[in-house]
Design a protein around this ligand. Structure first.
Ligand code: SF4
Ligand code: SF4
Length: 435
């Protein structure tokens, strides 16, 4: 496991310039469609909501340094500030000094907890449920019901591909799991789902509870080790297994990984798939932080880690990252009739939905305010549909919509300009209907 001490030199690069507080921090003259969405915009959900330095990444980096130097002590108050962060990674994209900001924040959370401070109340409950052998999920659901949604053959270890469903698909948004399984069948992929799958550990790792994370990581790595490929529908599971398992286990993954949207992209690019059914709607796309930004950043770092000439390879790495950001857009453009209307903050600069990093459970007001900020941005494009591919983004946006509509009903005001008339659609759900 990478500790805060291991990240001391990375954290030491922080010069407190505060570029990480903005989207498009390197492009002050950037032109948007409207005056509101133009130039550098605030980009940190925690800083925007709480409004003072400690909540922005720039403050967190300095708290991490002070903690490392023994200048601040572990405390519940410190943990409450550092846990109020969606781990969205907007700050990481902005930092001119290549600081792995999210890794530092997550390691600081873990260090505070390892020093004896109890995890925050909701986070502690996640940890207990994921540690419990009868559950192994943060929803308090029985472990033996994990694959109850699936009509096909489970535990087929002869299949080459396994679909890692994740706790949300297995217990809360089973329609997403069903649509994913249906897409895989339509693509002719021989796959299975496993009854022994357990939580990927994302909410546990993000909130600093590393002992429990290690347990579930090792269980999953052992269970899936002989498959050629793992396919995902959940952005959080995908990022955790793709990016965090190798770092935290110290070993490369024994299987390939692909998100279902990427798999559909592969089929389109190879000319094996053509979407014929039209979808005549104006759509704006929300990049899930975990499957788009974090994976894009990881692709860039992986290329640079292999490089003995950063100058030559940085362009190649940048191009590979940008190509990853294009993946959902290529899929959307392959849908006849769909009119893509981009928001201002997209790709590496995409504004978070507000749900990740344990925030939705522990800081619901921050999560809701952030969802509404993004809904407003989506509405500014004139789109009818806000599309994404992450169960948490979908839930949080729908909560934002509910709140806007309740406000409309109560006040009689028309809030369509800030998003009350939008519809939130999961891309996988749409693809299953169109294929
Ligand atoms: S993390 Fe990077 S962008 Fe943020 S204050 Fe430090 S050096 Fe500046
Ligand atoms: S990861 Fe996101 S929420 Fe956390 S400090 Fe960075 S920009 Fe703010």
């Amino acid at each position: 496991m990478i500790t805060l001490e291991d990240l001391r030199r990375i954290n030491a690069r922080c010069i407190h310039c505060r570029a990480c507080q903005y989207a498009y921090s390197g492009e002050p003259d950037r032109e948007g469609e409207t005056e509101e969405y133009t130039g550098m915009l605030q980009g940190c959900p925690a800083g925007i909501y709480f409004g003072w330095e400690g909540y922005y990444n720039s403050g967190k980096q300095w708290m991490a340094r002070a903690f490392l130097n023994g200048e601040i002590k572990p405390s519940k108050e410190l943990l409450e500030v550092v846990e109020a962060c969606t781990t969205c990674g907007m700050c990481e994209t902005q930092c001119p000094n290549y600081i792995e900001t999210v890794a530092v924040t997550e390691a600081l959370r873990a260090a505070v907890i390892e020093a004896g401070v109890e995890p925050l109340s909701k986070h502690k409950k996640f940890g207990e449920m994921v540690h419990d052998d009868k559950m192994r999920n943060p929803y308090k659901e029985p472990r033996d019901q994990r694959t109850a949604w699936f009509g096909g053959e489970v535990d087929n270890f002869d299949a080459k591909v396994a679909y890692f469903v994740g706790c949300t698909g297995a217990y809360r948004q089973q329609h997403i799991a069903e649509h994913t399984a249906s897409i895989l069948k339509k693509l002719g992929i021989d796959f299975t789902v496993l009854t022994g799958e357990v939580c990927c550990g994302s909410p546990i790792l993000r909130t600093g509870q590393r002992d429990v994370f290690r347990e579930v990581m090792e269980m999953n790595l052992e269970l899936f080790k002989d498959f050629d490929m793992l396919v995902f529908s959940c952005a959080g599971c995908y990022k955790t297994i793709r990016n965090d398992y190798p770092k935290m286990s110290g070993k490369p993954l024994p299987f390939k990984v692909r998100h279902t949207v990427e798999l559909v992209y592969d089929f389109i690019k190879e000319g094996k798939l053509k979407i014929e059914t039209p979808f005549d709607k104006k759509v704006t796309w929300h990049d899930p932080c975990h499957s788009v930004r974090h994976v894009g950043l990881a692709i860039e770092k992986e290329i640079l880690a292999q490089s003995d000439n950063w100058l030559m390879d940085s362009r190649k790495a940048e191009k590979a990252k940008e190509a990853h950001f294009e993946v959902p857009r290529v899929v959307l453009r392959a849908i006849p009739g769909l009119e893509l209307r981009e928001m201002y903050r997209i790709k590496g600069d995409s504004f978070c939905c507000g749900a990740g990093g344990g925030v939705k459970a522990q800081f619901p007001d921050m999560a809701l305010a952030t969802a509404k900020e993004r809904l407003k941005e989506a509405a500014s494009t004139g789109a009818e549909i806000l599309m994404t591919s992450c169960p948490f983004c979908v839930t949080n946006f729908n909560d934002g919509l509910k709140s806007l509509r309740a406000e409309e009903a109560e006040t009689g005001q028309d809030l369509s300009a800030v998003g009350s008339k939008l519809e939130v659609v999961e891309l996988l759900e749409l693809l299953d209907k169109l294929l």
